[in-house]
Structures are given as C-alpha cells and as structure tokens.
Design a protein around this ligand. Structure first.
Ligand code: NAP
Length: 254
C-alpha cells in the first residue's frame, strides 16, 4: 500500500496515556486526540481538568481513569474493567517520578516508589494491555524513557536505574511481539520544561551547564514530543520495533 497522509491518522483508535494530568503526558494526550484517537486519560488524582479542557477545545474525545501506579498490587484489578469496556490500540506509558538524593543516603522507600511508578507499573500495564493487542494482532506501545536511559545522571540513582530498565523492557517486548502485529518503542526526551525538571531549572549553575550543552540552544517544551508520539502510535511506524527515539535538541550527539 502506497503512503498517504492518512498513515498518520488515529481516527477510530483508542489510546491510554498514563500521567496525563501534566507535562509530556498532557501534550501527548492532546496530540493523539488531535490525530483522531479517543484518549483514556490516566491520572491518580481527580484533577485532570486542564488536559480535558485542551482536548475539548480541539473537539477531541476522552475519558478519565484514576489509578495509583505506585500501588502495583491493585493495578490489574483496576485495569480489568477498562479492558472489558475498550479495545486499547495505543498504550503510552508516560507516568514517572524522580527523587533526588545522594546515593549514599538514598531512601529505600523512595527507591521502591520510583521503581513502582517508573518501571514495575510499565510492565504490568504492558502485559495486561499488550496481551489483548497480541490476541488482536495489532497495537502500539510507547514507553517514555529518558537521557538517563543512556547516562548516569546526578543524585537520581533510582530514576536512572528505572529508565535504563524502561529501554530494556521496550526491546524485550518488541522482540516477542513484533511478529504479532504489536510495535513496542520508546521516546527518550531530552531536557523538557515540566514539573519533573523544575528543581534543576531553578538551580542557576545546573540550568546554565545544561543549556550550554543543548545544540538547539533551548530547553524542550512538552509539545516537542507530540509529533514523535503520533508517529509511533500510527501506521506510519508499522516497521519500527524496539527503537528508542531520542528527542533532545541534539544533546546525545554532542
Ligand atoms: P510531570 O509533569 O511531573 O508528569 C508526571 C506525570 O506522572 C504527572 O501527571 C503525575 O501526576 C503522574 N504520576 C506521578 N505519580 C503517579 C502515580 N503514582 N500514578 C499515576 N500517575 C502518576 O513530568 P514530565 O516531565 O511530564 O514526565 C513525564 C514522563 O517523562 C516521565 O516518565 C519522566 O520521567 C519522563 N521524562 C521527562 C523529562 C523532562 O525533561 N521533563 C525528560 C525525560 C523523561 P500528578 O502530577 O497528578 O502527580
């Protein structure tokens, strides 16, 4: 079939985006809705208002779901009724948290919380939603990785370990499911202006040294991830499997 712009359309598709209340998850949710998908916005507090308003403004459609991804023992039971109601074509594992503390003092509670939200929940959701995709021989899973999927970072050992694991899981699932019509890929955002990076943006020295290394000369905005997410969610990427697509203003090439 020859290429047409329709390859990028998500009309008739249902997408689930975790961490949809703010930042990158919000931008991806609005972008998928703009491309035609019905978007299930997953948050863990009842205040997805801004994302809902942005989707309403573009006449998109959505539903909201509340699931605390740090409570991994309850994710499967909360996701089951959603799977009974919807065939999910696109899963975006975006929710993520960061805890900054020197490694020698790093709290074990925080280590486990970061791992639960950033990687353990990603496995559980990918398994539950992915097996339905495999049964239908069709689906897209997009995991949000990080530059710290490649580098060590500073004072964020749990985050770094979890984001290395995200790319490993992406490749492992892609190897099993590429032949079953399910594409599993990841996006590794560079330094993006969101709540996640507020602390380092407020640190004058860190901010300056980060900016000096970004060839594009600016921090990214959440909307800089939108086109990449639509591409990986669409037919246009049907032969892309197990790839980690870096969107970083050139940081990794420096
Ligand atoms: P963000 O605005 O803090 O977004 C994180 C989202 O995850 C929030 O909507 C948050 O909801 C949600 N979340 C946190 N704990 C949760 C839980 N227990 N259950 C369900 N949802 C939960 O930051 P962001 O930058 O957009 O982060 C999105 C993803 O991008 C993360 O995986 C992050 O690691 C990754 N990333 C970000 C950057 C960057 O420079 N910003 C770079 C690389 C990768 P609440 O706000 O309601 O708690």
């Amino acid at each position: 079939m020859s290429f047409t712009l329709d390859f990028f359309s998500l009309k008739g598709k249902t997408a689930l985006v975790t961490g949809a209340r703010t930042g990158i998850g919000q931008a991806i949710s609005v972008a998928l809705a703009a491309a035609g998908a019905h978007v299930l916005l997953l948050g863990h507090r009842d205040n997805l208002g801004e994302t809902k308003e942005k989707i309403e403004k573009i006449n998109g459609t959505y539903e909201t779901l509340l699931v605390d991804l740090s409570d991994t023992s309850t994710i499967r039971e909360k996701i089951t009724p959603i799977l009974e109601k919807h065939e999910i074509d696109i899963l975006v594992n975006n929710a993520g948290i960061i805890h900054r503390e020197p490694a020698a003092e790093f709290s074990e509670t925080e280590w486990l919380r970061v791992m639960d939200v950033n990687i353990n929940s990603v496995f559980i959701l990918s398994q539950e939603i992915g097996k339905a995709m495999v049964a239908r021989n069709s689906g897209k899973i997009i995991n949000i990785a990080s530059l710290l999927s490649f580098q060590g970072g500073l004072f964020v050992p749990a985050y770094t370990a979890s984001k290395h694991a995200v790319t490993g899981l992406t490749k492992a699932l892609a190897n099993e499911w590429a032949s079953k019509g399910v594409q599993v890929n990841a996006i590794a955002p560079g330094y993006i202006e969101t709540n996640n990076t507020e602390a380092i943006r407020n640190d004058e020295n860190r901010n300056k040294s980060i900016l000096e290394r970004i060839p594009a000369g600016r921090w990214g905005e959440a909307d800089d991830l939108a086109g990449t997410a639509v591409f990986l969610a669409s037919k246009a990427s049907d032969y892309v499997n197990g790839h980690v697509l870096v969107v970083d203003g050139g940081w990794m090439g420096r």
